[in-house]
Design a protein around this ligand. Structure first.
Ligand code: KDG
Length: 319
């Protein structure tokens, strides 16, 4: 008998080498090693917040693959559906920080032909996907390779036929595809999603939406019941049931904002399953997003459910 999961995510996980000093990468001498990748980040964040989560992806049978797998397991993410590749390596990316401005981060990918991009639809297990209450994926998985894109559609089919809620984060990455290339594919994903996440910048790039209200209107027109538009340091808003709920980011000194959106999405999904009030959900999602920005790595700043509740109640005990 297999135990149920609350959230299953699918995507490419990689090793992240995060610059320990600010500036152009050519001058950076030292890097910190982290595990990352949008959908793994989301599964880890939700796990910390108290959901039972699983991540589906393909890793190389190499040292970096062992590291990513061990990280997922140490964060209590179920990895029983993870596939290994013998012939291709685990992907890698570098993060340049604090350049050109304080708080700026940019990613440099070394992932062409990586194991994560090679996950095939035939390697998916329908019974695994249908163990979840929510299936989550992002535009990154749609952009990485035709193979991974087909695998996403296949997982969506499985989730649909099991009656599972589908969550989609547009996560538009210009370094992976152009807006003209992405838009039709992204629209297809929007039309099958129940919950949609989109950064306001991406809404402007892809749909010409200049305000969060415009973004919500266009995104909701594809059929999602719930739409979340994130606005960086300004927080995020969530549309549900004809109402708009706004959350404020917390003031933090930004070390690396990479991963904040994934943690925000994980918190919203945790709130949905936990039946939190919607205003609380979006507020806490913004809090968790802010906390991720305050430390290096994509999920290391995510608190436990208990710690988050203490922040919400203003009862955090420092000593
Ligand atoms: O959301 C964070 C991701 O951007 C990061 O973990 C790397 O998955 C990644 C990507 O493709 O950018």
């Amino acid at each position: 008998v297999t135990s149920p999961l609350d959230l299953v995510t699918l995507g490419e996980a990689m090793v992240q080498l995060n610059a320990t000093e600010a500036g152009l990468l050519r001058h950076v001498r030292t890097f910190e090693k982290h595990a990352a990748g949008s959908e793994l980040n989301c599964a880890i964040a939700a796990s910390r917040l108290g959901l039972r989560t699983g991540w589906i992806g393909k890793l190389g049978r190499d040292e970096l693959g062992e590291f990513v797998l061990a990280t997922a397991r140490s964060e209590r993410v179920d990895t029983s559906a993870v596939v290994r590749a013998d012939d291709v390596p685990t992907g890698l990316f570098l993060i340049q920080r604090g350049y050109p401005w304080p708080g700026s981060s940019s990613s440099v990918y070394y992932r062409n032909g990586s194991a994560g991009s090679r996950l095939r639809a035939s390697e998916l297990s329908e019974s695994y996907v249908s163990r979840a209450r929510i299936f989550h994926f992002s535009g990154i998985s749609l952009a990485v390779s035709p193979e991974l894109r087909r695998t996403c559609w296949s997982a969506v089919e499985m989730a649909k036929s099991a009656g599972i809620m589908i969550s989609f984060d547009i996560n538009f990455r210009r370094k992976l595809w152009a807006p003209e290339e992405g838009i039709a594919v992204i629209k297809r994903a929007l039309s099958v999603a129940d919950v949609v996440f989109c950064a306001s910048d991406d809404a402007a790039t892809l749909f010409g939406a200049d305000t969060p209200e415009e973004a919500i209107e266009v995104l909701a027109s594809y059929g999602a019941a719930r739409v979340v538009v994130t606005r960086g340091a300004e927080g995020a808003c969530m549309w549900f049931d004809g109402r708009l709920f706004e959350g404020q980011g917390r003031r933090v000194s930004v070390v690396d904002a990479t991963g904040a959106g994934d943690a925000l999405a994980a918190t919203v999904l945790t709130g949905i399953l936990g039946r939190w009030p919607d205003d609380k959900t979006i507020e806490l999602a913004c809090t968790v997003g802010s906390l991720v920005c305050s430390v290096a790595g994509d999920f290391e700043g995510v608190p436990s459910g208990e710690q988050l509740e203490a922040l919400y109640e203003d009862s955090w005990v420092p000593r």
